[in-house]
Ligand binder design. Sequence first.
Ligand SMILES: Cc1cc2nc3c(=O)[nH]c(=O)nc-3n(C[C@H](O)[C@H](O)[C@H](O)COP(=O)(O)OP(=O)(O)OC[C@H]3O[C@@H](n4cnc5c(N)ncnc54)[C@H](O)[C@@H]3O)c2cc1C
Length: 381
Amino acid sequence: MIKNAYFNEEHELLRDQIRRFVSEKVAPYGETWETEGMVPRNILQEMGSLGLFGIRYPEQYGGSDLDTLATVILAEELGRSTFGGFAVTVLVHTDMASPHLVNAGTEAQLSRYLPNIIKGNLITAVAVTESGAGSDVAGLKTHAIKQANHWVLNGSKMFITNGVYSDLYFVAARTNPDTKGSHGITMFIVEKDTPGFSIGSVLDKMGWHSSDTAELVFENCQIPEENILGEVNQGFYAIMKNFQNERIVLGAQAMGEAAKAIELTLEYVKEREAFGQKLWEKQTIRQRLARRLAQVEAGCQLVYHTAWLDAQGEDCIKEVSMVKAYCGELVNRVMYDCQQFHGGFGYIKGTTIERMFRDARIQSVGGGATEVMLEEVAKRI
Ligand SMILES: Cc1cc2nc3c(=O)[nH]c(=O)nc-3n(C[C@H](O)[C@H](O)[C@H](O)COP(=O)(O)OP(=O)(O)OC[C@H]3O[C@@H](n4cnc5c(N)ncnc54)[C@H](O)[C@@H]3O)c2cc1C
C-alpha cells in the first residue's frame, strides 16, 4: 500500500500489532473455526487483553481513546486475515454493537458493562433486522409495552451476527404502537439469560462460516426499566447514527480483504505456468490485476478520508454511503478476478480464494445494500 498522510506512528504501531496477532493467533486456526462455526472465546478475550476491543473507548473504562482511523486499521487488518467470519465476529462486537452502549448508555450502564466488553468477557450483538424489515429499518414490528417498572418485549430478529454466542444484545423495538415508520422505536439492553429470550434458529450461510448468525425470539421477555438504552422512542436515530461507523468499518474490512486477495493472486500468477510462460507474462492478466489494485487503492483512500472526516466530527453521511456502496461492490469484483486467475484450484473448497470469494458476497448487502447506500448519496447531491 502507498504510505499516506492519514496515519501517525501510533496508528502504524497498532497496525503492526494486529498484523502480528493475525499471523500468530488467527491464520493457523481460522480453518478450524470455520468448521466449528464460531470463534473461541479465549481468542476474543486475548484480543481484549491486548486492548483491541477498546480502541475508541474512554480510558476510564479500560479503552485507549483513539480515533476513527484506528478502527479502520483494525478492520483492514482483520479483513486481511482472509477469514471474513472471524473479522466480522470481532467488528460487530467492537464497532457495530457496543457503540450503541457507548454512545447512549448512562453512567450506570457504562460502569456495569463496558469494562467487561473491552476485556472480551462480555461479547455483544446488535439486533435490528427482522425477517420483514432489513433495509427498511422503520418497518420493524418487534414491540415492547411498558408494565409497572419493566417493559415486555415480543417479536423476533433475523440474521443477527454473534447471535448465538453473545452475552449482551442491543435490541430495537417499537415502543409507541400509535406511530409508524421511524417514530416510536427504542433500543433495549437484553442480557442473554433474560427469561423469554431465546435463540430461534442458528443460520447456515454461504460464507462467513466462523461467524455465528441467529434468529432471536422474544416471548413476553421482561426488560427492566434501567435497561432502556438512550431515549424512549428515539431509537431509530441512534441506529442511523451508529450505522455510520458500521459502514466505514465494513468498507475498511472489504478493502483489507481485496488487497490481500490481490497479493495472493500476484504470488500465484507469478508461479503458475501456462502456454510456456508464467501467467504474469500475459498482459491481460497483469493489466487486470493492476487495474484492480488501482481501484482498491482508491477505495482505501476514500475509507481513510471518510474516517478522517468522521474523526474531525464532520457530517460525512454522503462519504460513508459512498464507502459502503463502492467498497462492497469492489471487493466482489476483485474476488471474481482473483478466483478467475486461480483457475480450477480457485473453485476447490479449502483454498483461500474460494473462501474469500464466498465471504465477500455479503459485503454489498449487509449493513446497507449498495442500492440503499446510493440512494443516500443521491439525496445529498
Ligand atoms: C450474514 C449476515 C449478518 C447480518 N448481521 C446483522 C446483525 O448483526 N444485526 C442486524 O440487525 N442485521 C444483520 N444483518 C442484516 C443485514 O443488514 C440485512 O440483510 C440488510 O440490511 C438487507 O436487508 P434484507 O436482507 O431485509 O434485504 P431487503 O431489505 O429485503 O432488500 C433486498 C435487496 O433489495 C434491494 N433494495 C432494498 N432496498 C432498496 C431500495 N430502496 N432501492 C433499491 N433497491 C433496494 C437491495 O439489493 C437489497 O439487497 C445481517 C445479514 C446477514 C446476511
